[in-house]
Design a protein around this ligand. Structure first.
Ligand SMILES: [Zn+2]
Length: 382
């Protein structure tokens, strides 16, 4: 209750400041929405929060943004913030009838990097909707949150969204993505004509606040989940480096196309390992270095058990890199020993929902423990 009271006081403060500064008439409506969003978050109520977010389909709606907000909201039911304040200022009317405001989000979580509090700010857009949820209704009563007013590069099959001042990096990303996508589609033997969205952030707190509040990483270079945009920090890489970056991230999208249970059922090390495998084409010299590192780790008995890196949420910080490196090496081993067809069949069985052992037996004709033992044995050969 205490948090709630502090919160409402903060919102009233914003409204007071707004009217005294003679801001746009629409601001009290926006603040009313923001206050309800805030209360929904503090109540840990995803459905109540999502009532204020633009739907998947309407004129001017964005299905990727909606999916991102649904994932953001779902987290509230798992971990409720101990503090959450959202405030708006500097309203500006937009040509499309919406209102852009500077949003400031201050929050604290019971555990994790945001335990001592976090703060993010960005420009957010609100637009009028009618009661039926359609956008652009001049007299509609409902103001819904539409996310950021991104600048957009439209390309065949995908868009790149970015902020003013980042035109060059957006062009680099747009040039690289199709190359990485064709490489991954071919490697995984899929065709994927679904539109893809890419978002480039220049402020990490903004990126983190857009993912979900209980985010276990204090530092984030990008993000990617089914139905969501592929998100990257603008500084993540440059020029040709984007090919490698997208070959990894889009490989996740490709594997989600390989079976309905891919996201839920695939061990984290397999998801990251196969994504690293997809990126190796664009990382000259890396495979040899990785191979040496894995052999050195094997010699000093420092490889990890697969169970330790099976889940991103529960893996210990000290072993997280191994999901990428050890996972990559095993996927490379399987590709060499069983061919691309065998490897892809293995991924498809996991993506269909089989257990790891069933999938390994079905596609590779051996149990997973035997496969692991053979892989470890192969690391002893120099
Ligand atoms: Zn990844």
């Amino acid at each position: 209750m205490n948090v709630l009271r502090v919160c409402i006081v903060a919102v009233v403060g914003v409204i007071g400041a707004a009217s005294s500064a003679g801001r746009a008439q629409s601001l009290p409506h926006i603040d009313a929405v923001i206050e309800e969003m805030e209360l929904a978050v503090l109540a840990g109520d995803p459905a109540a929060y999502l009532r204020h977010v633009a739907p998947t389909e309407c004129a001017g709606c964005d299905a990727f943004f909606r999916a991102e907000q649904e994932a953001w909201a779902a987290d509230l039911a798992k971990v409720r913030p101990v503090k959450f304040e959202l405030s708006a200022s500097e309203p500006r009317e937009r040509e499309d009838g919406g209102v852009a405001v500077m949003l400031v989000m201050e929050y604290a979580m019971p555990e994790g990097p945001a335990k001592k509090g976090a703060r993010a700010e960005w420009t957010g857009v609100f637009r009028r909707h009618g009661d039926d949820g359609k956008s652009g209704e001049v007299n509609g009563d409902r103001w819904l949150y539409h996310g950021e007013p991104w600048l957009v590069l439209e390309r065949e099959g995908f868009v790149v969204k970015y902020e003013p001042g980042f035109e060059e990096v957006a062009e680099e990303a747009a040039a690289a993505f199709p190359v990485s996508k064709s490489h991954a589609d071919e490697g995984f033997g899929i065709t994927n004509a679904k539109p893809q969205q890419i978002k480039l952030y220049h402020d990490m707190e903004h990126l983190k606040a857009s993912v979900y509040l209980s985010m276990p990483d204090s530092s984030l270079g990008g993000w990617n989940e089914p139905g969501e945009s592929i998100k990257f920090m603008t500084w993540y890489t440059r020029g040709e480096g984007w090919k490698q970056a997208f070959a990894h991230e889009y490989a996740h999208v490709a594997t989600w196309e390989m079976g309905p249970r891919a996201r839920q059922n695939m061990p984290w090390w397999m998801a990251e390992g196969v994504a690293e495998l997809s990126a190796e084409r664009f990382r000259p010299g890396y495979v040899a270095a990785l191979d040496k590192m894995m052999r050195d780790l094997a010699a000093s008995n420092a490889l990890v058990a697969w169970q330790e890196i099976i889940d991103y949420q529960t893996a210990a910080q000290r072993v997280k890199q191994m999901a990428y490196m050890q996972g990559h090496h095993l996927m490379g081993y399987v590709s060499e020993r069983f061919g691309r067809e065998g490897r892809n069949a293995w991924i498809r069985e996991v993506a269909a929902g089989k257990t790891l052992d069933e999938a390994t037996r079905g596609a590779l004709g051996t149990g997973f423990a035997e496969l692991d033992a053979a892989w470890r044995e192969s690391l002893k050969e120099r």
